[in-house]
Design a protein around this ligand. Structure first.
Ligand code: NDP
Length: 347
């Protein structure tokens, strides 16, 4: 059985959906209440592969909210993730994806040092960040969406916002090795990590966001921001392709400008309907078929019976593993979301 540990994008969002999920007592509560709320299994999932194989999974709501980081409620945030992992393990789930901020909190606060959660000894090999599949899907989106828009990669400047992160560094590695992009711009705050990445890649220009945006034909957004940024559309090239892989979204606005194309990044579409409720709640356009690539990674590991923490740690995603998960992704009927028309509006 596979599991997905997820969270909602904000307190407002959480209050809005609590009632839908059957928890009316959560709907009027503030951040304090969510800080003390325990994890819950709120959905049972059945997925059928394109091969005909069927698997079953559980969605675990961790009750983490990005506001906990903004309000410096770090202990609450870390407890949410570790408790959700213990909850998944206690329910016999073999492989669970740590969605959205879950894996970021796990890494940033060294939660691998907390292995004992009450009577549960966490077995970390039962968990995956899902970042290898997410990075693979974003790379496929760059190539296919650029082609659709007539952006020639060999003439293109690609900016990666969050370049030194787990997903960002894998995307950079892949773009350099597998495409002939003209220039790669690296955006992140910590300059030491940027320098390390440049040394590893043997290329890439460090740049702040405001300087990079007017130069970029393609922007990949994979920064771990609790709240999205606003971008002046007049500063962007036309055409400009922006692939927003953040959760919550890195772009905090609706775009409706000629030549500016926004694609939801790191999202896959399955070839068959999935029996679940949870994607309706996170506002997927086609909730029966569309999902986060990190969640799909847990499904792929279950389909393949690869019971291992396939994606783990930071900045260790290799091209070989991206190829391997990519093959499994195609085999079981997932494809990168490429619907630029419906994706013109960021939600
Ligand atoms: P990491 O924590 O590994 O990396 C985050 C990156 O963002 C770092 O390079 C960091 O560098 C940079 N960053 C953070 N804040 C800013 C800022 N204000 N301006 C510029 N750069 C910034 O995160 P992941 O790679 O694991 O995840 C990245 C994003 O992808 C997150 O939003 C996450 O929720 C989302 N995600 C989406 C998935 C999907 O299935 N679609 C799956 C998993 C994650 P620095 O701190 O030096 O600025």
């Amino acid at each position: 059985m596979f599991g997905l540990i997820g969270h909602l994008t904000s307190l407002d969002h959480a209050q809005l959906v609590a009632r839908d999920l059957g928890y009316p007592e959560y709907a009027d509560q503030g951040l304090d209440f969510w800080c003390s709320a325990p994890p819950q299994i709120v959905d049972t999932i059945k997925v059928t592969s394109a091969t005909g194989q069927q698997i079953e999974g559980r969605y675990v709501e961790s009750c983490f909210l990005p506001e906990m980081l903004a309000a410096k409620r770090i202990k609450a945030a870390t407890r949410k993730i570790i408790n959700a992992m213990a909850h998944a393990q206690k329910h016999g789930i073999d492989i669970t994806a740590l969605g959205g901020f879950s894996s970021i909190i796990f890494e940033n606060f060294n939660l691998n040092q907390i292995q004992q959660v009450r009577n549960v000894t966490l077995e970390f090999e039962r968990f995956t960040t899902g970042n290898t599949h997410t990075a693979y899907i974003i790379c496929q989106q760059v190539v296919a969406a650029a082609e659709k828009l007539g952006i020639n990669l060999s003439d293109a400047t690609v900016a990666v916002c969050g370049a030194t992160g787990d997903i960002g560094s894998a995307v950079c590695r892949w773009l350099i090795a597998r495409t002939d992009i003209k220039e790669l711009l690296l955006i992140a705050r910590n300059q030491e990590r940027i320098q390390q990445l440049q040394e590893e890649l043997g290329c890439g220009v460090a740049m702040d966001l405001d300087t990079a945006l007017p130069k970029a034909d393609i922007v990949v957004w994979v920064a771990s921001m609790a709240k999205g940024v606003e971008v002046d559309p007049n500063s962007l090239k036309r055409p400009c392709l922006m692939i927003d892989g953040g959760y919550p979204k890195n772009l905090d606005q609706h775009f409706n400008f000629d030549g500016v194309h926004v694609l939801k990044g790191g999202i896959v579409e399955h070839s068959l309907d999935i029996d679940w409720r949870i994607m309706q709640i996170v506002n997927m356009d086609v909730p029966g078929r569309q999902l986060f690539a990190c969640f799909a990674e847990a499904m792929l590991l279950e389909f393949e019976k690869w019971y291992t923490n396939f994606s783990w740690g930071r900045n260790q995603i290799t091209l070989e593993k991206m190829d391997m998960i990519g093959q499994a992704s195609r085999r079981h009927g997932f494809r990168p979301l490429l619907d630029l028309n419906t994706a013109l509006l960021v939600t």
